[in-house]
Design a protein around this ligand. Structure first.
Ligand SMILES: [Zn+2]
Length: 344
């Protein structure tokens, strides 16, 4: 089959790889219908050292079950399924606590002889615990929105949930990428009335307004902090959703948080130190967030996608076929595309 392999920064190829097949009785093989390029795929695209064997890419996909191991119950060949961006047994103690990203028998796509999602098919380990059946057909108009349950919308939702967003909280979202816009939609869904979106790309912030942002702040750094404070009576917001991952974004997040507020971060951190000193202690902030256990959220979010209450798939503004994936990476890196959908 054909699949995406990254060989180093800026070097993504689509090439022949071995066909996936059931290896363990807990595996399934899924033929991919839709996949996504993730903002987190762009970090290695910008920094990965050259490698001879390369690395299989992609962890957001949905598709059709083609084959099943003997121990996989609850799924049938021909089922349309979506996967969270990590696979998990969904039965261990961490999974029972809703933290499938820490599953004792789980792992990541594209590592340890497991396929990536940006290809024609994927061997899915722990298929029973991992895959969620979708009650739609292969020609459903909802596939793009359903695909966001793999990662990007669940990540925005996780950011809002861990921050404690509710109808009683004001919210700032930092970042107008696909995760930031998803966080706006998630905050709106959880009832927030004031949602301030910090971002400077008008096309993206316009979608943010449609998703529920009440104000857009284009300024960055200290200027952006002052703008948010001006819009909130000088105090900042109760909840801050940091969806960028840079140190500056984290500093801005603490800057716009109301005293006693919560900062949740879901961007892949490109820093290893942050503002944790005396000033912060006096202001009583909480820092939370992390990798989203998408598997814990899919069933809860699915009905709202199926009935059209939310359309998280609007973050996809470009579609390519598998051969177009290298150009999709380039387009997202050059900020030509917000998020790229891969159609089989
Ligand atoms: Zn588990």
């Amino acid at each position: 089959m054909r699949a995406t392999v990254m060989y180093g920064a800026g070097d993504v190829r689509v090439e022949d790889v071995p066909d996936p097949r059931v290896q363990e009785p807990t595996d399934a093989v899924v033929r991919v219908l839709r996949a996504g390029i993730c903002g987190s795929d762009l970090w290695p695209y910008q920094s990965m050292p050259a490698s001879e064997q390369g690395r299989r890419m992609g962890h957001e996909f949905l598709g059709v079950v083609e084959d099943l191991g003997a121990e996989v119950s609850g799924l049938n060949r021909g089922d349309l399924v979506v996967t969270p961006f990590v696979w998990a047994d969904n039965t261990c103690d961490f999974c029972a606590e809703g933290l499938q990203t820490s599953c004792r028998h789980g792992g990541r796509y594209g590592f340890d002889d497991v396929d990536g999602g940006q290809g024609e098919a994927v061997r899915v380990p722990q298929a029973k615990g991992t895959l969620v059946r979708l009650p739609v057909g292969e020609d459903s108009a909802l596939l793009a929105s359903l695909l966001t349950l793999s990662d990007v919308f669940c990540t925005g939702h996780h950011c809002a949930v861990t921050a404690g967003v509710s109808p009683r909280t004001s919210v700032t979202v930092i970042g107008d990428g696909a995760v930031g816009l998803s966080a706006v939609l998630a905050a709106k869904r959880l009832g927030a009335e004031q949602i301030l979106l910090m971002g400077r790309h008008t096309q993206r912030t316009d979608l943010g307004r449609r998703f529920g942002a009440t104000d857009v702040i284009a300024e960055r750094g200290e200027e952006g902090v002052q703008r948010v404070r001006a819009l909130t009576g000088g105090d900042g917001t109760h909840r801050v959703l940091e969806c960028v991952g840079t140190k500056q974004a984290l500093q801005t997040a603490f800057g716009v948080a109301r005293d006693g507020g919560v900062v949740s971060r879901v961007g892949v951190p490109q820093y290893d130190e942050g503002p944790i000193g005396f000033d912060m202690v006096m202001r009583n902030p909480t820092l939370t967030g992390g990798a989203a256990p998408a598997r814990a959220y899919i069933e809860e979010l699915l009905p709202d996608v199926l009935d059209g209450t939310i359309e998280p798939g609007r973050v996809f503004d470009r579609a390519v076929n598998l051969a177009g994936v290298p150009d999709g990476y380039r387009a997202m890196t050059d900020r030509e595309a917000l998020k790229v959908l891969i159609r089989a």
